[in-house]
Ligand binder design. Structure first.
Ligand code: SF4
Ligand code: SF4
Length: 166
């Protein structure tokens, strides 16, 4: 009776091991290889569309961390000119409230996630660093028009397993 019980346990254990031996590998050789994050990923930074921003500062007022600093001056056509638009990403909790509150769809969360730094000051991003342009990847978080253009997520998904099911 005792031997039978131990034998069953052994067979069960080996069965699980064998299943894993033949399972397709899902390891990614980061940082050489990278997976695609969620379309609505809340990355380490904000992306700012200068052309749409009116300098209203609604985003700054919505930030629970007081992270966004905006300084404006009055332009010749009586519109605000944004002199300073600075975000301290070191204190940011990436809640997305600033993005949600922007009435002009000028603010986005980013898709990038690599920003290790030795200096805290490097995490304070200026308007030039936040500005939408080549290399800036916007997240689809709260922006369905952006989300519809992004590729499907592969990060943390067992894509090999999913392909078999499809
Ligand atoms: S994501 Fe949240 S914490 Fe970060 S700047 Fe926007 S409102 Fe502030
Ligand atoms: S809420 Fe939008 S339009 Fe207003 S200052 Fe912030 S980013 Fe610019």
């Amino acid at each position: 009776m005792r031997f039978e019980r131990y034998g069953k346990g052994l067979a069960k254990g080996l069965n699980i091991t064998l299943k894993h031996v033949f399972r397709p590998r899902i390891t990614t050789q980061y940082p050489e290889q990278k997976l695609t994050v969620s379309k609505r990923f809340r990355g380490y930074e904000l992306v700012w569309d200068k052309s749409r921003c009116t300098g209203c500062a609604t985003c700054a007022k919505s930030c629970p961390q007081g992270n966004i600093e905006i300084v404006t001056s009055r332009g010749s056509d009586n519109r605000y000119v944004v002199e300073k638009f600075e975000v301290d990403t070191g204190r940011c909790i990436f809640c997305g409230l600033c993005v949600e509150s922007c009435p002009y769809d000028a603010l986005f969360l980013g898709l990038d996630y690599e920003r290790a730094s030795y200096r805290r000051g490097d995490l304070v991003l200026s308007k030039e660093q936040l500005e939408l342009g080549p290399g800036k990847r916007r997240s689809g978080y709260f922006r369905p028009e952006v989300e519809s253009t992004l590729p499907r997520q592969t990060l943390l998904l067992d894509t090999a397993g999913r392909k078999k099911q499809d």
